[in-house]
Write a protein that binds this ligand. Sequence first.
Ligand SMILES: [Ca+2]
Ligand SMILES: [Ca+2]
Ligand SMILES: [Ca+2]
Length: 161
Amino acid sequence: MADFYGTSGNNLINRIGSNSNDRLFGLNGNDTLTGGNGNDWLQGASGGAGTTAHIDLDVLLGGGGTDYYVLGTGNTSFYMSSGYATLRQFDIRYDWVVLANGIDYYSSRIQLQTMNISGGSAADTLISLDGNLIGVIEDRNFTTVDRGQLFLNSNQVTQGW
Ligand SMILES: [Ca+2]
Ligand SMILES: [Ca+2]
Ligand SMILES: [Ca+2]
């Protein structure tokens, strides 16, 4: 298990072929993070001063294992302006969408819509927080699933790295 960091530019962090549980941090810029096997934490953006957390266009792809596609952590929600994350090859049997703490994913603050804007011809699930698009689950329609099967708050993640 290890942590991998991008730079302030656009990065490709590729762990295909790795079986370890990794944490991938894209930081600023439009990043593509690929987890490979193992249970991976995929965080395209970071919060706070000097970051572009709300305008980044990041692509997250977990690979095998139980993967955590991070749209917010701690008390910071990412992608709250023009940016969003594309969640690729998401497997609802194993994977999770991680939201910042304190966001009730059953509430109307989180809106799920289906539309085809990414990937193949199958419909995608658009996740919005307070009216801002924050994530697109590519080629999956989860608008009718129990949200408790899809979302965790970051303080509910029990995987250790
Ligand atoms: Ca993985
Ligand atoms: Ca980024
Ligand atoms: Ca699609």
